[in-house]
Design a protein around this ligand. Structure first.
Ligand code: IDP
Ligand code: MG
Length: 167
């Protein structure tokens, strides 16, 4: 069954120059990259992305982490991978949430760490099921940023919107 999953290379992954390494590992899956971008993460996006963890004691630290404030790297690389069993394959390669419990050869096992303030810096995000993948992909990407048609779209007229174009 073909699935889509959101992958984020988190700010620690970018700071540690792991982008190439992580993409190489993910290419083992033979999945297709159907969207990719480097972007800043607003507080609103961070809170929405991690809304299921809102009541956790590490929530505030987690928001700072994904926004890049712990690593002085205010960006993430966001990608959508698509293909057969995409979620399972990418979750397996990523490894367990806690980097100390993750398989040593998994991405998180090899490169993650637990900070002294308690958030798991685990280098990569992978959606955990199809419902979460859909919610997250719609949160991080507009339909026209993805080269395949994953979910239903509609056309709408946006009036008086200010957009930036090349000068
Ligand atoms: P996942 O990233 O493996 O799907 P989630 O439970 O969705 O795990 O948690 C999102 C992120 O929050 C994790 O990747 C990790 O960075 C952080 N996190 C989750 N649980 C803990 C915890 O118990 N302590 C510290 N950080 C955590
Ligand atoms: Mg999760």
């Amino acid at each position: 069954m073909n699935q889509a999953t959101l992958i984020l290379i988190k700010p620690d992954g970018l700071k540690k120059s792991l982008t190439g390494n992580i993409l190489t590992r993910l290419s083992e899956t033979k999945l297709e990259i159907v969207a990719a971008k480097v972007m800043r993460v607003s507080r609103q996006l961070a809170e929405e992305h991690y809304r299921h963890l809102k009541d956790k004691p590490f929530f505030e630290e987690l928001i700072k982490y994904i926004q890049g404030e712990l690593h002085n790297r205010r960006k993430v690389m966001a990608l959508v991978y698509w293909g057969e069993e995409a979620i399972k394959k990418c979750r397996e390669l990523a490894g367990a949430t806690n980097p100390e419990e993750a398989e040593p050869t998994s991405i998180r096992g090899a490169y993650g760490r637990i900070t002294t303030t308690g958030v798991y810096e685990n280098v990569i995000h992978v959606s955990s099921d199809e419902k979460e993948a859909e919610r997250e992909i719609k949160l991080w990407f507009r339909p026209d940023e993805i080269i395949v048609s994953l979910y239903p779209t509609k056309e709408t007229t946006v009036k008086e919107q200010i957009v930036r174009v090349w000068a």
